[in-house]
Design a protein around this ligand. Structure first.
Ligand code: IMP
Ligand code: MG
Length: 430
């Protein structure tokens, strides 16, 4: 019963899409288990760059079954667009009937709150993610199955006083809340989703029983996880493997692959100890096209943060790492943060400290400058072909995190990944 979980270990945007795509070639089922259209996984399909926001990145792999689990909050318009991508690529999609729907009201509430917070805004994507999860936690969420008929839409809007309560929330200035009738009309546009609804948990259980390989695809990253991340600047769902366990009731995984970009980025607000504003960081920003794939916002750039990566690996249960965008480091010395000291005492931050926002805001990151390499590495497909300095950098990540690196991204193309020997042992366990 092989289950592979793939998660981000930083603040999202680690390049998970490409890794999922690669692992998907060996899988029969790929499940997106949390988050919503706040995520944006960039993929290439027939030479064109596409961004997948709700369906698993596997939708570009012909034949694979892509599931949207019950813990996802869905924007129906985005789902309809992504079903077209799946059709074109020859993959199959099943949407869990219990997944929540993001209503126009959720987006309005999210936006109004961000505007009201002013300089204290959380930097959300304003896609209504937080308010939709609030209604889920309040056990009155509007689910995909509620889109079935006008009567079921109306019933869902009245469940737990959903519509009445939500229309009492502050909305952006001058915006009137949509009435129940307007929302019924809105919800009636998505009938074509109904034929894709099903029980994703039962499908996973059955497919595992038949020996299928199931990949659980996380969205965002460790630092954005609602419980473990840098609250309050985090998302509202569990990005880590716990998010998959929580809705699918599966607690044993063959491996948990953590994706880490070779340097750090963070979009939106929130603490980032290794943030830099140097010629190097501006170069990474430009070369890495570090802009949010959903919001277009510029991502802040900083050095690889080894203390935070170590923490993410331990508390996220990461068993294997994939390092992405290594090629972008070519041609420069490489800044790395290899420790934190408290600002006020100068003492080292101890290993078992929980790295909350409050702790991270009070640390001085300790930087080392490693030797870089100058030759392009995009063509390398074996670890041994990488320059010595690149190998030294990767070994430093392995020795700090005590997690083996099984893959290294060396270019934007889908196949520009070095899979190391250990991947074959990984696939043997499949
Ligand atoms: P929300 O998820 O829209 O509520 O936004 C909460 C925080 O998570 C903000 O700082 C967003 O920028 C960040 N965030 C949400 N999804 C992603 C993602 O897929 N990549 C990077 N940041 C994200
Ligand atoms: Mg992204």
């Amino acid at each position: 019963m092989p289950v592979i979980v793939i998660v981000g270990t930083q603040w999202g945007d680690e390049g998970k899409g490409k890794v999922v795509h690669s692992v998907a070639q060996k899988a029969q089922v790929i499940v997106r288990y949390a988050g919503g259209a706040n995520a944006g996984h960039s993929l290439e399909l027939n030479g064109k760059r596409i961004v997948v926001r709700l369906c698993p990145s596997g939708i570009t792999t012909p034949g694979v079954l892509c599931l949207v689990g019950p813990g996802v909050v869905c924007d129906p318009e985005v789902l309809i667009a992504e079903l077209q991508i799946a059709k074109a690529a020859g993959s199959r999609v099943l949407l869990d009937r219990d997944a929540s729907v993001i209503l126009p009201l959720h987006k309005l509430v999210d936006t109004a709150r961000e505007m009201a917070r002013g300089s204290k805004a959380l930097g959300t994507t304003r896609n209504g993610i937080g308010p939709a999860y609030e209604d889920r936690d309040a056990r009155r969420d509007f689910r995909l199955q509620d889109l079935a008929t006008e009567a079921s839409i109306r019933k869902a809007l009245e469940r737990g006083n959903l519509h009445a309560d939500r229309t009492r929330d502050a909305l952006p200035g001058g915006v009137l809340p949509p009435s129940i009738d307007e929302l019924v009309a809105w919800g009636s546009q998505f009938k074509e989703l109904l034929e894709y609804l099903g029980d994703s948990r039962a499908v996973v259980e059955e497919m595992l029983e038949q020996g299928a390989v199931v990949v659980a695809e996380g969205a965002q990253g460790f630092g954005l996880d609602v419980d473990q991340g840098t609250r309050p600047c985090c998302t509202s769902s569990s990005s880590m493997p716990a998010g998959f366990s929580k809705s699918f009731g599966i607690y044993h995984f063959n491996c948990v692959i953590g994706i880490a970009k070779a340097y750090g980025t963070r979009v939106g607000e929130g603490v980032m100890p290794t943030l830099m504003d140097t010629e190097w960081s501006r170069r990474m920003q430009e070369l890495g096209q570090e802009r949010g794939s959903v919001t277009g916002r510029i991502r802040r750039v900083g050095a690889m943060d080894l203390p935070y990566l170590k923490f993410a690996c331990r508390r996220g249960g990461i068993t294997h790492l994939v390092i992405t965008k290594l090629d972008l480091l070519t041609g420069n010395k490489i800044p790395v943060c290899d420790g934190y000291r408290y600002k006020n005492t100068g003492m080292r931050v101890e290993k078992h400290t929980t790295l909350t926002t409050e702790v991270l805001e009070n640390v001085d990151p300790q930087f080392t400058l490693l030797d870089g390499w100058s030759e392009p590495i995009g063509h390398c497909r074996r670890y041994e072909e990488l320059p010595q300095q690149a190998q030294t950098y990767l070994k430093l990540i392995e020795s700090s995190t005590r997690v083996p690196i099984i893959g290294i991204g060396v270019g934007p193309d889908r196949d520009a990944i070095i899979w190391r020997d250990s991947l074959s042992s990984l696939s043997q366990s499949l």
